[in-house]
Write a protein that binds this ligand. Structure first.
Ligand code: SF4
Ligand code: SF4
Length: 131
């Protein structure tokens, strides 16, 4: 279930969500956006439809617009971005302890986020013995 919800008091029926959906599964036949059940399996879970809605009328996959962080005012300035990029390091030393499961789930969610490109992610849930 994609849990698509449209706030009819704020949806202007502009059609941007349908136009921008890369798999073209959002229909506007009834005026308001909806996804036919037979097309649900093609959803990439990208939530772009939520992000693109100019009136914050669309919720999907349990995510509501009001739970989203505004880009405006929250982006790094060019110098901060450069520092982030230059300061990026691969991890070569590991602590002999596990992350909290909630943090691990959050990191996995941010890494994958419904992206269906052919990538493989592996994570371990137990610390490896040094012996
Ligand atoms: S983008 Fe938003 S306002 Fe426009 S049709 Fe879709 S839900 Fe309605
Ligand atoms: S989450 Fe992505 S693929 Fe799914 S309906 Fe929205 S825009 Fe389309």
């Amino acid at each position: 279930m994609l849990q698509l919800q449209i706030a009819r008091d704020t949806c202007t029926k502009c059609g941007l969500c349908a136009k921008d959906c890369v798999t073209n599964i959002i229909d506007l036949d009834s005026g308001y956006p909806h996804i036919p059940a037979e097309k649900e399996k093609f959803c990439l879970k990208c939530k772009h439809c939520l992000a693109i809605c100019p009136t914050a009328a669309l919720s999907i996959l349990g995510k509501k617009p009001e739970q989203s962080r505004e880009l405006k005012g929250n982006l790094p300035d060019p110098q901060q971005l450069e520092t982030l990029i230059k300061g990026r390091r691969s991890i070569r030393h590991y602590k002999n302890e596990n992350l909290e499961p909630e943090l691990m789930q959050r990191l996995l969610y941010l890494t994958i986020r419904g992206n269906l490109q052919a990538s493989v992610y592996r994570y371990c849930t137990g610390a490896r013995s040094s012996s």
